[in-house]
Design a binder for this molecule. Structure first.
Ligand code: AMP
Length: 176
């Protein structure tokens, strides 16, 4: 099963994806993790990724598609996966190398995700970068949500509930 999990940064999608990955025994892939790994490499690609992350911007669509295609072509993902962080805009959704079976969207207000992110404080998280990322996220992903809605595969969940309650709802949806 090919699952996409979406929601603004701080919505808890990594935690949820990890839980689903264990429950259904499918690998969890995070585009953010892939990019955080690649930014350390001293290649041209690595340097472009480092710059995007540093500025709180999206990695270019060209680089993203290349990296995602390469990653998903690995044998370990043949049987399915749960992907978080991709697609981030309509271009990526339309040019995706796979068709998702289901798209899980965790809806969280801007205020709640901002507070959660400030508490989490990753190395590349300053309040300015976080705010920029959130506003970029909403601008870019609203058309993606509409796109999947039209395809009839978008399922929306209240991401402000307790972690366990969200997990239960997601599991029920996938098992259906
Ligand atoms: P995340 O861990 O999902 O918040 O991603 C961290 C950073 O990686 C983002 O701020 C972007 O710079 C980059 N990134 C992750 N996924 C994508 C994507 N699908 N397209 C472009 N950039 C991405």
């Amino acid at each position: 099963m090919k699952i996409i999990i979406m929601g603004p940064q701080g919505c808890g999608k990594s935690t949820q994806a990890e839980g689903l990955s264990k429950k259904f025994n499918i690998p969890h892939i995070s585009s953010g993790d892939i990019f955080r790994d690649l930014e350390k490499s001293q290649t041209d690609l690595g340097k472009r990724i480092w710059k995007a992350l540093f500025l709180g911007k999206l990695v270019s669509d060209n680089d993203t598609m290349l990296v995602i295609k390469e990653k998903l072509s690995k044998k370990e993902y043949e049987g399915g996966f749960i992907l978080d962080g991709f697609p981030r805009n309509l271009y990526q959704a339309k040019h995706s190398p796979f068709k998702p079976d289901i798209v899980l969207y965790l809806k969280v207000s801007e205020e709640v995700s901002l507070n959660r992110l400030i508490e989490r404080k990753r190395e590349d998280d300053t309040p300015e970068i976080i705010k920029m990322r959130l506003s970029e996220y909403h601008k870019n992903t609203t058309p993606v949500l509409d796109y999947y809605k039209r395809l009839g595969i978008l399922k929306t969940f209240d991401g402000e509930q307790q972690v366990e309650d969200i997990q239960k709802e997601l599991v029920e949806e996938i098992e259906e």
